[in-house]
Design a binder for this molecule. Structure first.
Ligand code: TK8
Length: 335
């Protein structure tokens, strides 16, 4: 066939895509779990995903969303996806490190200086490669959402210098890099699922935690935490996951509906999260939190200490991938 004919064929295929898709889309019920509440940035973006899937599938594919970890913690939901007992979820990449070690790259302290760098690297070749590693473990990663830059809260004292962290019982995600990082900084780090965090803070089983401003606000941690220290110690992504068992049974048209809807939810989510984060600090102040920013000297001391964990991340993910990531970050920074 000539080029012109091929092009025409492609145009016709595109035009008839609507009806071709309709035949290939079956009624489906998809359970989609997430850890935060409906009013959070995670809840709002889930709603966008639900609506888009409904629209693109002509109402055939129904997403039933379950917030507030009502289907389980990140780790429990990941196992349900792998086993095929649940179809979809969104959660922190950090909670996936036990399954796909390469995800630990995103736990590298101070890897990204800003959200733009994160977008470029996560949506680029390195982010795609790391996401693809999930498939051999029974998961399909569709897109990264923004959880955000993490900051520290606690009830013991304002953290003005590194030593102020000494002995603070700090909840961390179920992840060795976070455990190492905060032990290195002198805190008494305890891994706990997010779903148990509010009550652990309330009952004073732990003194503090670290999460983005948005989560501190939407999960009402300000009700049970007095001090907030702006550390921005790491950028945390969320990732939208599908059970590979479920995914493999979908038609190309159905897969396309999920992928396109996930991309739309990602674009919405990142903007929404950034808009909210820009206002959240003032809101948290208004709620009575005592907020401080580390002095540049103390921030540098914290940063220096944390570079020690880089070597262990590099060893775990492999030097090649580590170097590739560093190069991608430099490029994102330069360009
Ligand atoms: C929500 C978690 C949360 C994360 C954490 O399920 O555990 O602290 O930041 O967003 O994935």
């Amino acid at each position: 066939m000539q080029r012109r004919t091929l092009l025409t064929a492609a145009v016709i295929a595109t035009l008839s895509i609507g009806s071709a898709f309709a035949q290939d889309i079956k009624p489906r019920l998809i359970r989609f779990g997430y850890g935060l509440n409906e009013q959070s940035n995670q809840g709002r973006a889930t709603k966008v995903f639900v609506d888009e899937v409904d629209k693109l599938s002509g109402g055939k594919m129904k997403i039933r969303a379950f917030g507030a970890a009502s289907l389980g913690s990140d780790v429990q939901m990941q196992q349900a996806l792998i086993g095929g007992a649940q179809e979809m979820m969104v959660g922190s990449t950090a909670t996936l490190v036990g399954i796909t070690k390469e995800m630990a790259l995103w736990d590298t302290p101070f890897l990204f200086n800003n959200a733009k760098e994160a977008d470029v690297v996560l949506d680029g070749p390195v982010g795609t490669k790391v996401r693809a590693k999930l498939e051999e473990k029974g998961l399909v990663g569709l897109v990264y959402w923004e959880n955000g830059f993490r900051n520290l809260t606690n009830n013991t004292r304002a953290v003005n210098k590194l030593e102020d962290l000494n002995g603070i019982k700090l909840r961390v995600m179920q992840n060795n890099v976070f455990l190492d990082s905060f032990k290195t900084l002198g805190a008494n780090a305890v891994p706990l699922p997010f779903s148990e965090l509010f009550s652990a803070l309330e009952t004073k089983a732990v003194d503090g935690q670290e999460n983005p401003f948005n989560t501190i606000l939407s999960s009402k941690f300000y009700e049970v935490q007095k001090y907030l220290t702006i550390t921005n110690h790491v950028y945390s992504p969320w990732i939208v996951l599908v059970s590979k068992k479920f995914w493999d049974g979908l038609s190309p048209a159905e897969k396309n509906v999920l992928l396109k809807s996930a991309e739309k939810s990602r674009d919405f989510e990142r903007k929404d999260t950034r808009d909210e984060a820009a206002k959240a600090l003032a809101d948290l102040k208004g709620k009575g939190m005592q907020i401080n920013e580390l002095s540049p000297t103390e921030a540098a001391r914290m940063r220096d200490k944390l570079t020690r964990v880089n070597a262990s991340i590099a060893a775990n993910v492999g030097m090649d991938l580590w170097n590739e990531t560093q190069a991608a970050v430099s490029k994102a920074r330069g360009g």
